[in-house]
Design a protein around this ligand. Sequence first.
Ligand code: ADP
Ligand code: MG
Length: 317
Amino acid sequence: ATPAATMVGTTLGAQNGVLFKGGDVLERAKDVDTVVFDKTGTLTKGEMELTDVVVFNADGQPRTDGGDTIANGGQLTSREHLTEADVLRFAASAESGSEHPLAQAIVEGAEERDIEVMEPDSFENVPGHGIQATLGGSKILVGNRKLLHDNDVAPDPAEDTMQRLENEGKTAMLVAYEGELIGVVADADTVKESARDAVSALQRRGIDVMMITGDNERTARAVAKQVGIDSQNVRAGVLPEDKSDAVETIQDEGRKAMMVGDGVNDAPALAVAYVGTAIGSGTDVAIEAADVTLMRNDPLDVVKAIRISDATLAKIK
Ligand code: ADP
Ligand code: MG
């Protein structure tokens, strides 16, 4: 492109909240044939909310009745009287040191329900899987199936409950106490208003739209369905460090991929993509790794970025 065309494009972009890092990015964007969206915070608002707490009895059955609150000081004294409040207190206390949006929603959900959140003796993030904490000398796990497996706790009794919640698009997390499954908590996120329109506008341009997430397959597919992404185009259960590999695999097929993401997790994937796009309230790390920054938190601006590139460069041909 001529310097003049580049200037027109970048200016037009800036006026629309689409920041191109230089003329070659502006030029590449029009050739994108695949857009890969991160799920959380990109297609969804990333504002998690606690929606469900399920108690599991010692026989491994989910319970629906109330029961008394008997757990004190982080100590579980009797399995029979375990309540939803207890499960939530253990989960929230274990998560209280974590900055993960899933964790924050659990802590806020507990506080809203006037449940006392205690500070754990220690805790450890297990990236892509959950958290492991010690509370009053007892070991608590909150996370996915893999986290429990790796700690020799069978997640199977909760499978029906997990699947029911995941089919609703929620992220369901298992809670274990001292090596026993005691419950499930679930957080839900909301899809951004314009996500569906953005996906269909891209598809109308002949662009293949994909989604990549660390979340499980079932939840991922439920969200993909809400925004109009084909379930075959969903890459779920991708660990933070594997997101860039996943983008490379897609590009190894000869595709020119635009990766759109907001998180620290997404930075390496943004860097390897043909065009890396950071969206909205994205972290500085993501913005730094990206070629394009969308100032507004609006997935429709992905379409705008491609259209601006297309229009500016078409003019000068
Ligand atoms: P995302 O790509 O959606 O940001 P992550 O890679 O951070 O997801 O996490 C993947 C999965 O690991 C989550 O869906 C959840 O099941 C589990 N997980 C991660 N962090 C936590 C946490 N702090 N508490 C409970 N579960 C977690
Ligand atoms: Mg994200």
